[in-house]
Ligand binder design. Structure first.
Ligand SMILES: Cc1cc2nc3c(=O)[nH]c(=O)nc-3n(C[C@H](O)[C@H](O)[C@H](O)COP(=O)(O)OP(=O)(O)OC[C@H]3O[C@@H](n4cnc5c(N)ncnc54)[C@H](O)[C@@H]3O)c2cc1C
Length: 376
């Protein structure tokens, strides 16, 4: 008998939806509960690099969103005035017909993932979470927050940085930590030269431009924010402009167009890493619930997506293998890779805070691209 024939996924973000798609494609019954009753995502973009394109193609969703994404090849690093430090060509890991990388709006990505998960037969309930669960050798009995119940062969906690499932499994052992930095984002009309991912080194933080569509790109900026201060919503445009003060060239020109605070998305950087197996019995954490990191290497969602693909593969090939063995195999394929991304991203931020301008950021990006190009 199969160890797992039905799965509950808690959380309908990128990791949860990709897990639903991967598991449904292997014929496994999937229930998904999402806390938000209105399933919206905030309207900025996300970078999906070579390894992610490969896995999105394997999940069968890439064709669905290429029309809504901006395909690009290279990642470039510049000084704060726009002098080129390095231009790293992308690798077409999904095959010659697919781009190396894409930039895509989070909403477009969410629409493709949620529609695919639904079309494949995932049972989705919104405005709901897990209240508690109890497990025995054969399954997990789940009590939902609306009083309903279910029994599952596997429960997947894909409920992000402030994961309730992580809390139910590990208590207060793992708490999100503010790294000292924050990210500022703002959409602009795409400049013609931004046909690649462009990172600019500033004295106190990095700025970058990512193309999202023919007429859209977004600007991101990392800044040192000791003590994680509260930002008045009305002051965001002015505060973002201030922090871009040292940039000239294109970033300097764009800075002057940041005048409407409602168009600025501000987010403190918070991280967590579960440094022991991400499962207990038949309950497993994936994505940010297990390994939320900073966006310096643009790989957080990438790691959540890879988790989902590996989970789908293992559950599809399970035969009569016991669940403990399957989840140990999952950890073997995921732990070191996610730890590398997590630690390297945090290191890049720590070096910005320390104003260590000798830090070899280009080398780190090259290493990240080499590591993530390896098969999962
Ligand atoms: C500023 C910033 C920029 C980033 N840029 C990039 C990038 O360019 N590329 C990249 O790859 N990554 C990027 N990331 C990282 C990426 O956003 C995350 O790693 C990714 O969203 C993690 O996906 P997830 O599904 O694990 O968690 P989430 O996306 O957080 O999804 C969790 C879901 O669970 C739901 N939920 C929460 N609690 C419960 C509960 N108790 N019950 C039920 N549901 C619940 C939430 O509502 C949400 O829908 C960035 C992150 C930040 C902060």
């Amino acid at each position: 008998m199969k160890a797992v024939s039905n799965v509950l996924i808690v959380g309908g973000g990128i990791g949860g939806l990709c897990s639903a798609i991967a598991l449904r494609r292997k014929g496994i019954e999937v229930d998904l509960v999402e806390l938000k009753s209105e399933w919206t995502v905030y309207g900025v973009g996300i970078i999906q690099q070579c390894n992610v394109i490969r896995e999105m193609a394997r999940l069968g969703v890439l064709d669905g969103y290429l029309g809504a994404a901006f395909p690009f090849e290279d990642v470039a690093l510049y000084t704060s005035d726009g002098t080129t430090l390095a231009r790293i060509p992308g690798q077409r890991l999904a095959g010659p017909d697919y781009p190396a990388n894409v930039g895509i709006s989070r909403l477009a990505l969410h629409n493709v993932l949620s529609q695919t998960a639904e079309k494949l037969g995932t049972h989705i309930r919104l405005g709901l979470s897990v209240d508690r669960f109890e497990q025995d050798a054969d399954g997990v009995d789940v009590q939902f927050t609306d009083g309903t119940q279910g029994r599952y062969g596997l429960v997947v906690g894909a409920d992000g940085l402030f994961s309730k499932v992580r809390q139910l499994l590990f208590g207060d052992t793992y708490q999100p930590r503010h790294t000292g930095q924050a990210v500022w984002r703002h959409n602009f009309k795409r400049a013609p030269q931004i046909d690649h991912l462009a990172n600019f080194h500033g004295p106190d933080g990095n700025a970058g431009l990512c193309p999202l569509a023919d007429d859209l790109m977004y600007l991101y900026l990392t800044s040192y924010e000791p003590g994680n201060p509260w930002m008045e919503p009305d002051s965001l445009a002015e505060e973002m402009r201030k922090r871009l003060g040292a940039f000239s060239g294109l970033i300097g020109e764009l800075r002057e167009q940041i005048t409407d605070s409602s168009q600025v998305v501000y987010k403190p950087m918070e991280v967590v890493f579960v440094s022991e197996p991400w499962f207990r019995g038949r309950v497993l954490l994936i994505g940010d619930a297990a390994h939320a990191t900073t966006p310096h290497l643009g790989q957080g969602a990438g790691m959540a997506i890879e988790d989902a693909v590996v989970l789908g593969e293992l559950m599809g090939e399970q035969g009569a293998t016991p669940i403990q063995v399957l989840l140990e195999r999952f950890m073997k394929r995921r732990y070191e890779r996610c730890k590398f991304i997590s630690e390297s991203s945090i290191l890049a931020g720590d070096k910005e805070i320390a104003r260590d301008h000798d830090f070899d950021r280009v080398g780190l990006v090259r290493q990240m691209l080499a590591v993530t190009a390896e098969p999962i």
